[in-house]
Unconditional design. Structure first.
Length: 418
């Protein structure tokens, strides 16, 4: 894959200051943020931002400690977030990543049945078939947007099929997904989201989505099928069934967690191969290298750059005092590049082994969908390599306003067929 990028746009950062530089706003192509993280990891491994009050954690082992100690670094932000916009549907109940034990473990057990290695392996033929079908739609084109054709639709189709959502309704989820994401836009880096007043068009989209999902759950209660929605509709936690509202917010979270992240992983894979064409040649020649290449993409260009926690008690991390209720932003994008953990962390090396990156998190909240995301990316890379002997990348369009998402919303490609 080839592409020419402009000059490095990193900020002018100085190491010897006690007053560290402000983080850039948004992630964009990741260069300015990467440069800031490099400086902070070296000079202020744990840093309390006087502007937002949040603490930032930049080194691998400190982040591992935060993610491994949920009793001190909790995930429930309800006490510090402003109440959500009362006119908008509240999807917070099902967001597993924001629920603490013991309820977290109970809910997680419910949903993990749908993501066991056996279930995911059984999905592989269908994922390969969908990958082929999507690329068939551009069989007569040499230029297309790989996000629109593949990276966006494939993950949403896969998760929608797992939930039993009919094919003709999939498009609806594109607009809804974007509305949900936009509630997170234009935050200061490290700022706790404030959804207390949302724009009316976003509220309208979210309400439509909530009503759609309520109908979907109701349908599955009355007419159970063999899918995740039915399993949730009849599952019990502490002897109680989940309420419709709980299931709806859970479904909403799964759609969100499983969609954009995987879509970004696909785009980021191509961007990494642009930077390391020899890695692409090696993976083309030996497909057994693809799983390792995907792990390296996850380390090198993580789709989610930051994971948030809230201290439940006064604590000290790397000599920095963190009072109870301090928001803590852990940066896998920085930990994954920590020189103390990795040899040559700035080299994209698809044979790196071991590669214990933190892109899927760690500990009790470790990503349930990791095997699925990996499988979808594998299917796409294999099919692209089979069909095209070369893939040239045009100017990517990045998600540039969200503080924690790293990747492209459009990726024009010019292909030469094999
Ligand atoms: C390949 C792209 C993906 C990335 C980079 C990713 C990343 C993550 C991360 C970082 C977490 C932990 C967040 C935290 O600790 O605060 C997480 C949790 C989660 N992910 Fe993923 N994810 C991906 C794909 C998926 C897919 C395909 C699904 C499902 C269809 C999924 C479902 C979940 C769920 C349910 C959780 C919550 C686990 C918990 O809190 O116990 N993810 N993901």
């Amino acid at each position: 894959m080839t592409h020419s990028v402009g000059p490095d746009a990193g900020p002018d950062l100085s190491l010897d200051s006690d007053d560290p530089p402000r983080p850039p706003t948004g992630v964009g192509d990741g260069r300015a943020l990467g440069a800031w993280l490099d400086i902070m990891r070296a000079s202020h491994p744990v840093w309390r931002d006087p502007l937002t009050g949040s603490a930032h954690v930049f080194r691998y082992h400190d982040l591992l400690h935060v993610l491994s100690t949920p009793e001190v670094y909790g995930s429930d932000f309800t006490g510090v977030m402003p109440p959500s916009d009362p006119s908008a549907p509240n999807f917070a109940e099902g967001v597993l990543t924001m629920i603490d034990p013991p309820r977290h473990g109970k809910l997680r057990r419910l949903v993990s049945q749908a993501f066991t290695p056996r279930v995911i392996t059984a999905l592989e033929p269908r994922i390969i078939q969908l990958t082929k079908e999507l690329l068939d739609t551009v069989a007569d084109q040499d230029e297309f947007d790989l996000v629109a054709v593949m990276a966006h639709p494939l993950p949403v189709i896969v998760i929608a099929e797992m939930l039993g959502i009919p094919a003709e309704d999939r498009e609806l989820f594109r607009a809804w997904g974007e509305a949900l994401l936009s509630t997170n836009y234009e935050l200061e880096t490290g700022e706790v989201p404030d959804n207390s007043a949302l724009p009316p068009d976003v509220v309208a989209q979210l309400t439509e989505m909530r009503d759609y999902l309520l109908r979907h759950v109701d349908l599955h209660r009355r007419n159970p099928r063999d899918n995740l929605t039915s399993r949730l509709a009849f599952a019990e936690v502490d002897g109680d069934r989940l309420s419709d509202q709980e299931i709806v917010s859970f479904l909403n979270f799964l759609l969100l967690a499983g969609h954009l992240t995987t879509s970004l992983l696909m785009g980021n894979s191509l961007l990494c191969f642009v930077e390391a064409p020899e890695a692409e040649l090696a993976a083309r020649a030996n497909r057994a290298l693809i799983p390792g290449a995907i792990e390296e993409v996850l380390r090198f260009k993580p789709p989610v750059v930051m994971q948030a926690r809230l201290t439940t008690m006064d604590t000290v991390l790397a000599g920095v005092e963190l009072p109870a209720r301090t928001p803590v932003m852990g940066w896998p994008m920085s930990g994954n590049r920590d020189e103390r953990q990795y040899t040559s962390p700035s080299t994209f090396d698809i044979t790196r082994n071991p590669n214990p990156h933190l892109t899927f998190g760690h500990g009790i909240h470790f990503c349930i969908g990791a095997p699925l995301g990996r499988m979808e990316a594998r299917s796409v890379l294999n099919e692209l390599f089979d069909r095209y002997r070369s893939i040239e990348i045009g100017e990517p369009r990045y998600y540039d306003r969200s503080p924690d998402v790293f990747g492209v919303k459009a990726l024009p490609v010019t292909v030469k067929r094999s």
